[in-house]
Design a protein around this ligand. Structure first.
Ligand SMILES: *[C@@H]1O[C@H](CO)[C@@H](O)[C@H](O)[C@H]1NC(C)=O
Ligand SMILES: *[C@@H]1O[C@H](CO)[C@@H](O)[C@H](O)[C@H]1NC(C)=O
Ligand SMILES: *[C@@H]1O[C@H](CO)[C@@H](O)[C@H](O)[C@H]1NC(C)=O
Ligand SMILES: *[C@@H]1O[C@H](CO)[C@@H](O)[C@H](O)[C@H]1NC(C)=O
Ligand SMILES: *[C@@H]1O[C@H](CO)[C@@H](O)[C@H](O)[C@H]1NC(C)=O
Length: 585
């Protein structure tokens, strides 16, 4: 016993020493969240501001930074933020969804604490961490850092329709090579559709069982512009220099296409992966997706338009923002606005072809084995296939959306907390939804918390099959997946021979075209409760989502962090004693 204690003390001292020399930097943010007038389409609406800003402040950080965001909720409704695409290793406690966190009540504050995306899985030999008062000691060597472009948004109610979203950009650490020269500057570009009605009205429409219908317009960074409309420049560039534009679609439902008058787009990054650097005239960007493009200011000094237009809609919505070369007088005489890609069924073929041109730059990734622990994802045997079929339903006369006949509902107790406190069975059942739809699943839905019991470290294939006439986009929290195929028609096991098993992009959001399917693969090696959702907010709000419950059988801190002592508790776990914490080995 005595000698054990002694070993522990020595280890602890080693750890404390290592922490002192190796601790990653901390970034602290204070966010005051309030209502305020915003007018992304020129019409004033009650929006959601962060420190008076819409879009919200940018989180600019470097992999492994520790981020503390102290959120003061000055709204009159509960509030949660999620960090779309940030991989929260072992830490679904900070994922900010109604099933993982109790919302911050009006008038209160709470601090999100997470490390951007260090994939110490497992940790470096001898590496130590302090987490929630625990000292954690790592012993196996494998490290990978997350980099890239992401965004945050509020997940409570339909608040995303009111704003509260902003860019997160994660830079590579100094020693890690980036596959392109450092750009002269970087621009955050949040684009998306917008409704002028305001998020509370929109929510009440959904609560009454109807659809919120078609958006009123599209915006760029909360602004609307017309060619010749005299808008001040949004971006200023110098001739001869190259700029990185990080573009995210933060809208509610519409896919968009973006392009720049007179300039090529060189794609370099997509949702955290460096891509093969192809050059495009324009790019399709679906809800929830982010891309980085490099643009060289190589034209005559003038004003040029950054154009965003909706895709696959009968009525095309569009907007422009001005890119001004410094020193130019601001003439708009820079030629015609570039046309959108073809629409209708030809447009889908165009867009699918573009998807197929997206490849992961394996050389650029060599320094960083992917989080799933292998490049050769094509050689891993699939242990489970889940086929996700989206459908819309009428349940008791009200509009609902669901997957395989189940429409998810959130309750008062976050499912993750109920599970952790050992009272999960009072709140939800596992596997209400089957891995494949059966018979009536596209006609009839049941309402229930939708939790899939996943086996830790299983290599899963998720097939999204869309039988509807509208495009879908899907997002998985806590992981990146390999987006191996997007094709028209129905999926069948033989289609696996069409998968890209070499250099599919590792990302977290995938589109599924009308009457088409998409397949992704990932290893469920990140313990926690992780949301798989429609990125279309109306659909997610009305039930088109589920959670993977990924439990480490070892109940070990190596696999999942303990809940932090300051985590607010609500519903049936309020006042319950903390369960036995996970242990350090
Ligand atoms: C963002 O972070 C990068 C890397 O940490 C740094 O070089 C850059 O100056 C930062 N930019 C801003 C606007 O803070
Ligand atoms: C609330 O904000 C105060 C003041 O910044 C801070 O000291 C406190 O830790 C915050 N509370 C939580 C739960 O984050
Ligand atoms: C991939 O990354 C490597 C190494 O960073 C870089 O040299 C190369 O140009 C990139 N290849 C492509 C096709 O983008
Ligand atoms: C995958 O499955 C095949 C066929 O069942 C088997 O022969 C092979 O050893 C498995 N590979 C791995 C890596 O488990
Ligand atoms: C979840 O699945 C595992 C096997 O993967 C099984 O051992 C466990 O009992 C299941 N849990 C529930 C609650 O169904």
């Amino acid at each position: 016993m005595e000698s054990k204690n002694k070993i522990f003390t020595v280890l602890l001292q080693l750890c404390l020493f290592a922490v002192v020399i190796a601790e990653d930097p901390y970034l602290f943010y204070d966010w005051k969240v309030t209502y305020g007038d915003v007018s992304p389409l020129g019409v004033a609406t009650k929006g959601i501001l962060i420190n008076g800003e819409f879009p919200g402040p940018k989180i600019n950080c470097t992999s492994n930074n520790n981020i503390y965001v102290n959120v003061f909720n000055e709204l009159d409704e509960p509030l949660l933020f999620t960090w779309n695409g940030i991989q929260q290793r072992k830490n679904s406690w900070q994922d900010g969804l109604p099933a993982t966190n109790c919302p911050i009540p009006p008038g209160k504050n709470w601090t999100y604490k997470f490390q951007v995306c260090a994939f110490h899985d497992p940790w470096r030999v001898g590496e130590c961490k302090i987490h929630g008062g625990w000292v954690i000691f790592g012993w196996v060597s494998q490290v990978k850092d997350q980099i890239g472009s992401f965004f945050y948004f509020p997940t409570t109610g339909l608040q995303r329709a009111g704003g509260g979203m902003g860019m997160m950009q994660v830079h590579s650490r100094d020693l890690i090579p980036v596959p392109f020269d450092r750009p002269a500057d970087e621009f955050a570009v949040l684009v998306g559709d917008w409704y002028n009605k305001g998020h509370k009205t929109l929510k009440s429409i959904l609560d009454s069982g109807r659809s919120i219908g078609f958006p009123d317009g599209v915006h760029i960074n909360g602004k609307f512009g017309k060619v010749g409309g005299g808008s001040p420049p949004m971006f200023t560039v110098e001739k001869g220099k190259t700029y990185r534009y990080r573009v995210c679609n933060v809208g509610m439902r519409l896919s968009v296409n973006f392009r720049i008058q007179g300039h090529d787009l060189k794609l370099v990054e997509m949702e955290g992966s460096h891509t093969v650097q192809n050059v495009y005239d324009s790019l399709d960007l679906h809800v929830g997706q982010c891309m980085s493009v490099l643009i060289t200011a190589d034209q005559a000094p003038a004003d040029y338009h950054f154009v965003v237009s909706s895709r696959f809609t009968k009525k095309a919505l569009s907007t422009v923002a001005v890119i001004r070369y410094s020193g130019s007088k601001g003439s708009s005489d820079s030629g015609a606005i570039p046309p959108p890609p073809p629409e209708n069924s030809r447009g889908i073929a165009w867009s699918i072809n573009q998807f197929r041109s997206f490849r992961w730059n394996l050389t650029a990734s060599a320094a960083r084995p992917n989080p799933q622990g292998s490049y050769h994802y094509g050689k891993i045997n699939i242990t489970r296939t889940i086929k996700v079929v989206n459908a819309r339903y009428q349940v008791n006369g009200k509009l609902r959306f669901g997957i395989n006949g189940v429409s998810h509902v959130d309750g008062e107790t976050p499912l993750k907390l109920a599970e952790y406190f050992g009272v999960g069975d009072k709140v939800f059942k596992y596997d209400v939804m089957k891995d494949e739809p059966t018979g009536q699943d596209e006609q009839k839905a049941s309402l229930a918390p939708n939790v899939v019991n996943a086996t830790f470290r299983n290599f899963v294939e998720i097939v999204f099959e869309n039988h509807e006439r509208t495009i879908q986009t899907w997002h998985l929290d806590g992981y990146a997946f390999f987006a191996v195929a997007v094709e028209p028609g129905r999926w069948s096991p033989e289609k696996r021979k069409n998968y890209n098993l070499e250099d599919a992009v590792s990302r977290h959001t995938i589109q599924v075209y009308p009457n088409s399917w998409a397949a992704v693969m990932t290893t469920l090696d990140n313990a926690g409760l992780w949301n798989l959702r429609s990125e279309m907010r109306e659909r997610a709000y009305l039930g088109q989502q589920f959670y993977f419950s990924v439990l480490s059988p070892a109940r070990s801190l190596r696999d999942e962090y303990n809940i932090l002592p300051d985590q607010p508790l609500c519903g049936i776990v309020k006042g319950l004693p903390l369960p036995m914490p996970y242990s350090g080995a």
